[in-house]
Structures are given as structure tokens and as C-alpha cells.
Design a protein. Structure first.
Length: 312
């Protein structure tokens, strides 16, 4: 029997309607840099870790990889409410943590210190905290723990693994970059590529050009983002979305564009890289988050200081 979660509602933040909001759950290690504390936890155990967190509860934790993304999401909410004070289609951020409530005080104090609009803090003693994602209506889960991410994906929740890094993402507007295959789209063409090589994949794409691709793990999140994006003109939108894919535009771009059109998902800019490294274009875009299923692309993004999340 799983232990119940302990949820702390942040009364400083206006609570959102979870049936309308785009709910994003982040773990403490995704939003704050807790690498030293995590090392202490692994080497000296939970009690020592809890003592350390309680002793430092008034010392703010340094920002982590997803920090700038959460700040940019807050900016979108601000713009949405300026445009329509009754708007319900907002981002709702909750922190999901394996900390006990006692050691979680430092996390709550850190969020308040930075003025982060986090509506709820859920402290779960159970090993698998992802069992609570669906009950909170979570549409995207960001974690620094690979097992968490795999469990969330198995539960049908869009999820990605965040790697700790120094992030200097500029604040506005919110910029989100998606890879195509196995992220926005299904991995059907990737599988053909593995089995039959590039030539086989190109022939398959040409034959299937009129058939929309299957849904990838981040399609639901992208569609909700697109719905929010449509409330603004392109010039005034506080959200910008990008597709940066290894596909070649000439041979494999048409089906991708037709699929997005079929879904009604407007992407601001699309880059068909034809296998070239993605780092230079990401450095130019400066996104708040970049989603990719290829670890070599994640590494390339990290090398240019772009906050990245791996979709396994």
C-alpha cells in the first residue's frame, strides 16, 4: 500500500482550474540545483540529508535546468491574464518531490525567494511518486531521475529527463524546441531507418507522404501549447515553438509539415537539418527548453548552454 502524498498548497499563488490548465510537474532536482545535496543523500543516507536541508532551510537553493523554463511559463500566464482576466487556459506548476515535508521546507522557501508561481508542493515518501501524476492532471513531467521519467511515460504522461547544467536562457517570450521523430511524432520512420538505412527511410516517407505520422510522447503537451499560442497574433504571442529535426527538408520534410497541418499545430519555425549538428541553430534560438530523443543532440545542446530534456 503506497503512503499518501503530503500536498502543501501555496496560498500566495492563485489556484488554477486543473481541468482547463496545462499542468506541469517538476521535481526539485529539475528546478533547483541539488547535486551536492543529492550526493550527500546517496553517500550518507536520508537522515543526514534531512538534517542538512533543515539546517539550511533559509538558504535559497541555486537555480537548476528547468528554472528559466518555469520563469518563462509564468510570463506567459501574466500575458494571458492581461489579455483576458477570466482566462482559464493557463500553465499550472506543481513540484513533485521524494523529500519528506520536513526537508521540503527549504524547497518551498527557495520558490518563494525567487518569486516562482508554484501552486502545489507534493511530498511523497513512496519510491514511485509518478503514481500521483494522473490524479493531478499532469500534461508534462520533468525529472532528473531516469526511472521516474520511464514510469511516467508508461503511465501515459508526457515526460522528459532533465540534465543538470548552468543555464543562462533569456527570459521572454517562452521558446520551446521539439525534435520530430520519437518526440512530436511516433518513431515509425526511425525504426525503418534502423532496419533499412537512409534510402529505405526516404522511400518509406515518399510512399507515406499523404498519411499523417503517429503521435509521439510530447504531442499532447505540444497541442496544448499550440492552443494557448492561438490566442495571440504571431507578433504578440508570448510563446514561440520550433521544430528542429534531423530529417532532410527535400526528402522527408513534406510529411512532417503535412502531419503538423493535419493536427492543426502551428509551429513558428522549422529547421530540417539533414543530419547536421543541432547545437549551432539551438545557440541561435536560445530556447528555454529543448526536447530530443537523441543523447548526442542533448550533448550538443548542453555544449552551447541550452537547457535540454531527453525523451527516452
Amino acid at each position: 500500500m503506497a503512503e499518501p502524498e503530503s500536498t502543501v498548497v501555496n496560498t500566495n499563488v492563485k489556484q488554477k482550474d486543473p481541468s482547463k490548465a496545462l499542468v506541469i510537474a517538476v521535481t526539485t532536482r529539475a528546478i533547483f540545483n541539488l547535486e551536492q545535496e543529492h550526493k550527500l543523500y546517496l553517500e550518507r543516507g536520508k537522515e543526514e540529508y534531512t538534517r542538512h536541508q533543515q539546517g539550511n532551510q533559509h538558504k535559497p537553493l541555486p537555480p537548476g535546468t528547468a528554472f528559466a523554463f518555469i520563469q518563462a511559463v509564468q510570463y506567459v500566464n501574466k500575458k494571458m491574464l492581461e489579455s483576458n482576466p477570466a482566462e482559464k487556459d493557463l500553465f499550472d506548476i506543481l513540484v513533485l518531490s521524494n523529500n519528506s515535508p520536513e526537508s521540503g521546507v527549504r524547497v518551498i522557501n527557495s520558490a518563494k525567494h525567487y518569486g516562482l508561481e508554484i501552486s502545489k508542493f507534493c511530498f511523497v515518501s513512496d519510491e514511485d511518486s509518478t503514481q500521483y501524476l494522473k490524479s493531478h492532471g499532469v500534461k508534462l513531467f520533468l525529472s532528473a531521475d531516469r526511472t521516474d521519467v520511464c514510469n511516467a511515460l508508461q503511465r501515459g504522461v508526457s515526460a522528459a529527463l532533465v540534465f543538470q547544467q548552468e543555464v543562462q536562457a533569456p527570459s521572454t517570450p517562452l521558446r520551446v524546441v521539439f525534435d520530430g521523430d520519437a518526440v512530436l511524432f511516433s518513431n515509425e520512420t526511425d525504426q525503418i531507418f534502423q532496419e533499412q538505412g537512409l534510402e529505405g527511410a526516404v522511400q518509406y516517407e515518399r510512399a507515406m507522404e499523404a498519411v499523417p505520422m503517429g503521435e509521439g510522447p510530447l504531442k499532447t503537451f505540444a497541442m496544448h501549447l499550440g492552443k494557448m499560442r492561438r490566442k495571440f497574433s504571431q507578433e504578440k504571442s508570448p510563446i514561440r515553438t520550433y521544430l528542429v529535426t534531423a530529417r532532410s527538408g527535400r526528402d522527408m520534410g513534406i510529411r512532417a509539415i503535412k502531419t503538423l497541418r493535419e493536427w492543426g499545430l502551428a509551429i513558428d519555425e522549422a529547421f530540417f537539418m539533414d543530419g547536421a549538428p543541432k547545437g549551432p541553430i539551438l545557440a541561435q534560438i536560445q530556447p528555454h527548453i529543448f526536447f530530443d530523443d537523441g543523447l548526442h543532440n542533448i550533448q550538443g545542446a548542453q555544449n552551447v548552454g541550452v537547457p535540454s530534456a531527453w525523451v527516452p
